[in-house]
Design a protein around this ligand. Structure first.
Ligand code: ADP
Length: 262
C-alpha cells in the first residue's frame, strides 16, 4: 500500500520532467560526477531547466561540485525543495542531510535505493527539461537498484577514461543498460588527453582514439572527448563547473551537449 502510494507520487513528480538521463561508469574516479555536473551546467547555459540527482549515496559530491555543500534543503508539508546552485541548477543529494562530509554511510542496496526513491517521491523538482542522475559507480547491486528505482529513464550516458582497461569497465555499463532495457545515448571519453597549462595544447598521454575505438567495439555512439584540464579541476573543487570558464574542456562539453540535444 505504502509502496503504491510512493509510486504514484513518483509518477506525479516525474511527469513534470521532460527527459531523465542517467550518467554511469564501470568504476569510480573516471570523472562521472564531474561530467554530470558539467553536462548540467552546459544545458543550463543553453537555457534549459536542469536538475541533478546525486544517486551516489556513499560518496555524495554533487553539492560540493556545485558550490552548495553548506546549504540545507527547505522542507514543508508539501515535501522537500531542491537546493538551487548559483547557476540555477536544482540539486538533491544525501550529502545535504549529513552532519559533515566525513560522515560515512554504510547503507546497503535496498536502503540506498530507498533514499533515491524518496528523492523522487518527496522532492519538489517542479517542471524540468532535464533531470540528470549521477549513478553510483561500479556494476554492482547499488547501481542496479538505483537505476531500477527511477521509472522511465530516457537514456544512459556512459563515462570512461581512455586506457585500454577501461573499455572492460565500459562494457559492464553497456550490459547494465541492456539488462534494464534503457537506451544508451552514447559514450564520453573523459580525461582523454591533458591540456598543457603552458601552451594550452592537448597532449595525448594515453594516445588518441581510445574512446572512439571503445565506442565502436561496444557498438555505442561516441559523444566526445573531454581533456584533463588542471584549471578546470581547481575550479571544480571550489564548486565552479569548468564549463563556465573559458577552457578546452568547456568547448568539448558544448559539442557533446549539442549532440545529445540532436
Ligand atoms: P567519479 O565521479 O567518476 O568518481 P569525479 O567526477 O569525482 O569522479 O572526478 C575525480 C577527480 O578528477 C575530481 O577531483 C575531479 O575534479 C577530477 N576530474 C574529473 N574530470 C576531470 C577533467 N576533465 N579535468 C580535470 N579534472 C577532472
Amino acid at each position: 500500500k505504502m509502496m503504491e502510494q510512493q509510486n504514484a507520487e513518483i509518477r506525479e513528480k516525474m511527469s513534470k520532467i521532460k527527459y531523465k538521463i542517467a550518467v554511469i561508469s564501470g568504476k569510480g574516479g573516471v570523472g562521472k560526477s564531474t561530467v554530470t555536473v558539467n553536462l548540467a551546467a552546459t544545458l543550463n547555459m543553453m537555457g534549459k531547466s536542469v536538475g541533478v540527482l546525486d544517486g551516489d549515496i556513499h560518496g555524495p559530491n554533487i553539492p560540493q561540485m556545485l558550490g552548495v555543500s553548506e546549504i540545507q534543503p527547505l522542507a514543508d508539508e508539501n515535501g522537500i525543495y531542491p537546493v538551487l546552485s548559483p547557476q540555477g541548477i536544482r540539486t538533491m543529494s544525501i550529502g545535504y542531510f549529513l552532519p559533515d562530509v566525513n560522515t560515512p554511510i554504510i547503507w546497503r542496496g535496498p536502503k540506498a535505493s530507498g533514499a533515491v526513491r524518496q528523492f523522487l517521491s518527496d522532492v519538489n523538482w517542479g517542471d524540468l527539461d532535464f533531470l540528470l542522475i549521477d549513478t553510483p559507480p561500479g556494476s554492482g547491486d547499488i547501481q542496479l537498484t538505483t537505476l531500477q528505482s527511477i521509472p522511465d529513464i530516457d537514456g544512459i550516458i556512459i563515462v570512461t577514461t581512455p586506457e585500454e582497461v577501461s573499455v572492460l569497465d565500459a562494457r559492464k555499463s553497456v550490459s547494465t543498460a541492456n539488462t534494464l532495457e534503457i537506451p544508451i545515448i552514447g559514450l564520453i571519453e573523459n580525461m582523454g588527453g591533458f591540456v598543457c597549462p603552458e601552451c594550452d595544447k592537448v597532449i595525448d598521454v594515453f594516445g588518441k582514439g581510445g574512446g572512439e575505438k571503445a565506442a565502436k567495439e561496444l557498438d555505442v555512439y561516441f559523444l566526445g572527448r573531454i581533456p584533463l584540464d588542471v584549471k578546470a579541476r581547481v575550479a571544480s573543487d571550489r564548486g565552479i563547473p569548468m564549463v563556465t570558464l573559458d577552457c578546452k574542456a568547456s568547448e568539448e562539453f558544448k559539442k557533446v551537449v549539442g549532440q545529445v540535444l540532436e
